[in-house]
Design a protein around this ligand. Structure first.
Ligand code: PGA
Length: 251
């Protein structure tokens, strides 16, 4: 990654950890960062909703940003169990993940729903991290790029600008220890980069993250791929030393 926006390394903690675990993880990250100085990237953690408030306290003044893992597309109302963008902002969140493949698969979220959530997030001053990615069958059928570009066009709200983040996460690479070849990552990121000017303003400043089995062993080479502007990290983000090593792998 020779030029482009400052990378973003985002930890998606998923449904892991009670408050004490989350506080311990956040406190470890703060200590690592204070020990070695800020890395060449923006750092973000997305704890489970139940731990966001506690983590906000642990991260206060650290320079590490906080995000939600999902949000509703309305500000308030009769939506039992849901969390709105203003509620996340109220806790100190600056980002929210929308359209993660686990939400798309387990909660039937389609592109239209993801787009509405991303629009609502922006309206509340949050930066949506909009996830796209092909399944194994789509990759095998040779349709990864058109599938991803279709999701991108369907999921990015109108009027978007550099406040949005795109995360390319091949579904088959998430939590599996398998990653695409660097050539395949480069191909999809170049395709997303090429399409963004058609659907968003200031497209050159929009970060495109890679996600799916990123770890300290593969981070350097993945983060060096053209148009890879950071990573969305699941499993490895639960281990402070691993997450910190990935942050330090930014070029
Ligand atoms: P993983 O998850 O790093 O555990 O593969 C990535 C993600 O789901 O965002």
């Amino acid at each position: 990654m020779a030029t482009g926006p400052i990378p973003l390394i985002a930890g998606n903690w998923k449904m892991n950890g009670l408050r004490a675990d989350a506080e311990a993880l956040a406190t470890s990250l703060v200590a690592l960062r204070e020990g070695s100085g800020a890395p060449a990237c923006d750092m973000l953690v997305c704890p489970p909703a139940t731990a966001i408030a506690a983590v906000a306290d642990s991260l206060a003044g650290s320079g590490i940003a906080l995000g939600g893992q999902d949000c509703h597309f309305e500000k308030s109302g009769a939506h039992t169990g849901d969390i709105s963008p203003p509620m996340l902002a109220d806790l100190g969140c600056a980002y929210v993940i929308v359209g993660h493949s686990e939400r798309r698969a387990n909660h039937g979220e389609d592109d239209g729903r993801v787009r509405a959530k991303a629009a609502a997030a922006r309206a509340s001053g949050l930066r949506p991290i909009i996830c796209v990615g092909e399944t194994a069958a789509e990759r095998d059928a040779g349709t990864a790029v058109p599938v991803v570009l279709g999701q991108l066009s369907g999921s990015v709200p109108e009027g978007s600008a550099s406040d949005i983040v795109i995360a390319y996460e091949p579904v088959w690479a998430i939590g599996t220890g398998r990653t695409p070849t660097l050539k395949d990552i480069a191909e999809v990121h170049a395709a997303i980069h090429g399409r963004l000017p058609d659907i968003a303003d200031k497209a050159g400043s929009i970060r495109i993250l890679y996600g799916g089995s990123v770890n300290p062993g593969n981070a350097v080479e993945i983060l060096a791929v053209p148009h890879v502007n950071g990573a969305l990290v699941g499993g490895a983000s639960l281990k402070p030393d691993d997450f910190w090593a990935i942050c330090q792998a930014c070029p």
